[in-house]
Design a protein around this ligand. Structure first.
Ligand code: BDR
Ligand code: CA
Length: 313
């Protein structure tokens, strides 16, 4: 365990894989989770916030503030993903009434406050549309200089999952993603090309179910629903568990190999709006402005996740 865990804010839109990211971030010793902030994405803000409270209540995560943020993208209309995450945004398990409260602070205010309270120490980990992070940088332009790194789940070096070339989180709010890239903060993109290496195979789900705890059972049920949707929509067995990959990169950087690249977001393309342009071979001649994740230590990743899940009793 490192002497100093890395402070993070997890900005999310739970979301099946977001739920696993929350459970990982709150339990793994390499990370100090300062706050969970929610954004509209997989479902409406009301639903994603309720889902964050549900998962924290189930797991007994009572010491991390949950703050609700943007109800929709910076300039576009909100598009949610019930085809993948169901009407609740986290269909599958049965959850009781959440007892963990939602903060009376707006997520953007909380992000600004926490970054300013710990200058140079708070890594932002957005795993939904980047609206809250972009809004925080717009609200307080001096913030960029105080953020050591943003590690986001989104984009892809190749094909998309929402349109042929665009991944959901970036497709939902491309202007926010580009604004974050333009802020001059060290950025790491953990995109579909990486997260499709983190598949919830039957063996993985069995390991999680074998924990025999309420959290293990809930994650099993989440993964079972997620798998059925991925099969239906993409014809893919063993769904990719995207969001915890970004948390894993912060917790244990050696698990996620990255390359320096020039990265841009297509905000105007007729067919490609929301696509990430990742210049892996430097053919555009621009200096690298980001790291992009390329290779996952799959066994190490699942060990990290299962170990974290096992801490919940
Ligand atoms: C991303 O979109 C959402 O459906 C998931 O939670 C993940 O953050 C994958 O494209
Ligand atoms: Ca997400």
């Amino acid at each position: 365990m490192p002497a100093m865990p890395r402070k993070i804010i997890l900005d999310c839109d739970p979301g099946h894989d977001d739920a696993v990211a929350i459970l990982l971030a709150a339990a793994t010793p390499e990370i100090e989770l300062l706050a969970i902030t929610t954004v509209a994405g997989n479902q409406t803000l009301e639903k994603t916030t309720l889902n964050a409270r549900r998962i924290c209540t189930l797991a007994g995560i009572t010491d991390v503030p949950i703050a609700a943020g943007a109800a929709g993208p910076l300039v576009r209309d909100l598009r949610v993903a019930p085809d993948i995450h169901g009407e609740s945004g986290m269909d599958g398990p049965t959850f009781g009434e959440p007892t963990v409260p939602v903060s009376d602070r707006h997520a953007v205010d909380l992000i600004v406050e926490l970054v300013r309270a710990h200058p140079g120490e708070v890594t932002l980990v957005p795993v939904g549309p980047l609206t809250n992070v972009a809004a925080a940088l717009q609200r307080d332009p001096g913030l960029a200089a105080l953020i050591p790194e943003i590690v986001f789940m989104g984009g892809s070096t190749g094909r998309g999952n929402t349109t042929p070339l665009a991944e959901f989180n970036v497709h939902d709010d491309p202007e926010a993603a580009q604004l974050v890239l333009d802020a001059g903060i060290p950025v790491t993109m953990v995109g579909l090309n990486l997260t499709h290496q983190a598949r919830a195979t039957e063996a993985v789900v069995e390991r999680i179910a074998a924990l025999g705890t309420p959290v293990g059972d809930a994650v099993r049920d989440l993964m079972t629903f997620f798998a059925a949707m991925y099969e239906q929509v993409f014809g893919l067995t063993d769904p990719p568990v995207h969001d915890p990959c970004a948390v894993a990169r912060v917790a244990r950087p050696e698990l996620v190999r990255c390359e320096d690249v020039f990265l841009a977001v297509e905000t105007e393309g007729r067919w490609t709006s929301g696509a990430t342009v990742v210049d892996l071979h430097g053919v555009l001649g621009h200096a690298p402005n980001a790291k992009v994740a390329t290779e996952l230590d799959v066994d190490g990743f699942w060990e990290l996740v299962v170990d974290a899940l096992a801490t919940y009793r």
